[in-house]
Design a protein around this ligand. Structure first.
Ligand code: M6R
Length: 617
């Protein structure tokens, strides 16, 4: 969703803003714009479409050198993605103020009516322009930008990150944050603002996460943070552990391709230092919840959306099996609207790559109000979710830029395994030898992920071969079921074709009616090696669908000597404990979807209609 950059300092502002917006492109947007204060006063350029349109506009109408400015990529909510609705928006009759906004101002209609009654002329259909005019009007009345800004943000309802510059105060960028992300980058004689650290990580790794209902007064040599009520705040600084080069393609044709290949490292880095050679988990982050309290948990609820919810679905199998804590998975946006039973003995585990998904934030706030403890599994330092949770397990996947989640998922599942093992350890819910053997097995997974990556030529070719498919179905059982759902989601979001994931056992209860001559079906086949194996049942399912004309691609374990007799194509993944197989079996599905979409000529990094970080409910 919208990306925001602000800068004040000695560098050429336009370079900083355009560089920051480029790095925020992954969030998804449909127009872009910048304002700088130069010797000519306020200069603004904005354009619908990709950032290159804005760059071309600036080339046609160059801007003067500047040392302060704001930049924005907009994901349309109120008003179509046109030049006029693009941000920044100018405020007041003299148009000396420029504003950018991420979020939705819920009471904009009544505020707009107030301004219209006074004769204010609007240049756009956005809710954001209302805030620009209100602040300009307030500034004209009180003569002090921080005061005017605070007076107005206190009148706004909803979700907003706002950045404002004003010609009369050309050394300051004002910012405010409520229910939308905002991070400060601290430089030497310069300072930055961004929707996330990607906006400024090439310039500084020192950052501050702005809290809920806080205002920032940013100058080249000072940063002041206050509450909306004026109370001074002392936010904590942190060091960004992402390297700027990690957020570039590094020679890969797409970010998605790169991120698929990052997975051995994402899984390895998420495990690093958290399990010792004996398989004992050391997750000090979670132990801060208190051993006594951990022993008291009577249920665990994962909340998440999209791909992150499938990580929760996989983790549920591990956590419940090993710790014996009743565990469920809820889509964040459904969770709080059904009056769930949450008590002070509930552990809510919120999974989010960005840590800014509004649905998940609202779910966790609801859970906390109901007395639960909240543990975040999050990939982004300084994210709102991390700050608002009682404890955080960071996934160390590095920046994930492609809209379609890949390495974040395998890192989230890995973190889920760590959590399951830790809970089992703290609660003594399984024999130590068995638990430690699992921990030792988990340590072997990055090498196995690498083996899958080394064999991706086959699923990639299959993606090309099936480029004309109108629909693809996915089947899985047990931990393969969420992976079937994820395979279908990848295909929907990247290739815009119908795809559904089903529990293989559910097939006979309805979905088998979809099978027709030539229907491609991808089946995640469980290992044939384990005692309580589901393997024969899934092989029967394959026979049932093939008898009705399905073309079957199986994802199966190396050494499965049976599956080849029943499927047209078999993609083999290395042997491992079944519970750990999802972080292997999902990878060919990612590659299949990416290649199929590429063969259709689609942009796999920025699929249509989607945003990387969904910061509205
Ligand atoms: O940042 P989050 O992990 O909270 O995002 C959750 C979903 O929006 C995200 O996983 C989405 O489903 C992806 N586009 C899937 O590839």
């Amino acid at each position: 969703m919208c990306g925001i950059v602000g800068y004040v300092g000695p560098k050429e502002t336009l370079d900083v803003l355009l560089g920051g917006l480029k790095r925020l492109e992954y969030r998804g947007y449909d127009s872009a714009g910048v304002s700088v204060i130069s010797e000519l006063g306020l200069e603004t350029r904005k354009k619908a479409g990709k950032l290159t349109n804005l760059v071309n506009e600036i080339a046609e109408h160059p801007m003067r050198p500047s040392h302060i400015g704001i930049g924005h990529t907009r994901w349309a909510t109120h008003g179509a993605p046109t030049d006029g609705n693009a941000h920044p928006h100018l405020g007041g009759p003299t148009q000396k103020l420029s504003l950018i906004h991420n979020g939705i101002i819920e009471n904009f209609a009544e505020l707009k009516a107030e301004l219209l009654a006074e004769g204010t002329k609007f240049a756009s259909e956005t809710d954001s322009e209302v805030a620009a005019h209100l602040i300009a009007r307030e500034y004209a009345s009180v003569g002090d930008l921080p005061t005017a800004f605070a007076n107005v943000v206190n009148r706004l309802h909803g979700a907003f990150t706002l950045l404002v510059v004003h010609v009369d105060q050309p050394d300051v960028v004002m910012a405010a944050r409520r229910n939308a992300p905002l991070v400060i980058g601290l430089g030497d004689g310069e300072n930055f603002l961004g929707s996330d650290v990607a906006a400024f990580v090439e310039h500084t790794k020192r950052a501050i996460s702005v809290g809920q209902d806080q205002i920032v007064i940013l100058r080249a040599n000072s940063v002041e943070v206050r509450g909306f009520d004026g109370t001074p705040a002392t936010p904590e600084e942190f060091t960004v552990d992402w390297d700027a080069s990690a957020a570039s393609k590094g020679g890969w044709p797409s970010f998605m391709d790169k991120e698929i290949h990052d997975q051995p490292q994402a899984v390895g880095d998420t495990l690093m230092g958290r399990i010792d050679a004996d398989g004992v988990v050391q997750l000090s982050e979670v132990e801060s919840l208190g051993v006594d309290w951990v022993n008291n948990i009577d249920r665990l609820v994962f909340v998440a959306c999209g791909t992150a919810s499938y990580a929760g679905d996989v983790a549920k199998y591990a956590v419940e099996k090993w710790s014996r804590i009743p565990t469920s998975v809820e889509l964040s946006h459904e969770f709080r609207y059904r009056d769930p039973i949450i008590t002070d003995r509930t552990l809510v585990v919120a999974i989010s790559q960005s840590g800014e998904t509004m649905d998940t934030l609202m779910a966790t706030r609801y859970a906390k109000e109901a007395g639960a403890k909240v543990l975040a599994i999050c990939n982004t330092q300084g994210a709102t979710l991390a700050r608002e949770s009682d404890a955080v397990i960071y996934t160390h996947a590095g920046p994930e830029v492609a809209v379609a989640s890949t390495k974040a998922l395998t890192a989230q599942i890995t973190a889920g395994y760590l959590l399951g093992l830790l809970l089992a350890q703290l609660r003594n819910s399984m024999p130590a030898t068995a638990r430690q053997a699992l921990g030792q097995e988990l340590l072997k997974m990055p090498a196995r992920v690498q083996q899958v990556i080394d064999g991706l030529a086959q699923p990639r070719q299959l993606g090309k071969d099936f480029a004309d498919a109108k629909s693809v179905l996915f089947l899985g059982r047990n931990v393969g079921f969420p992976i079937a759902m994820e395979g279908a989601l990848k295909l929907k979001e990247l290739a815009y074709i119908h795809a559904e994931g089903f529990a293989a056992g559910e097939l006979k209860h309805g979905p088998i009616a979809l099978i027709d001559e030539g229907q491609p079906v991808i089946v995640i086949v469980p290992s044939p090696r384990e005692a309580d194996t589901l393997h024969p049942k899934v092989i029967s399912n394959i026979q049932e669908i093939r008898a009705r004309g399905a073309k079957v691609i199986a994802v199966a374990e190396e050494g499965d000597a049976i599956v080849g007799d029943y499927a047209e194509h078999v993609i083999f993944t290395p042997q491992c404990q079944s519970i750990f197989s999802p972080i292997l079996s999902v990878i060919p599905l990612q590659a299949f979807a990416m290649e199929l979409a590429t063969a259709k000529g689609l942009d796999v990094d920025q699929p249509r209609n989607l945003a990387k970080s969904v910061t509205v409910e």
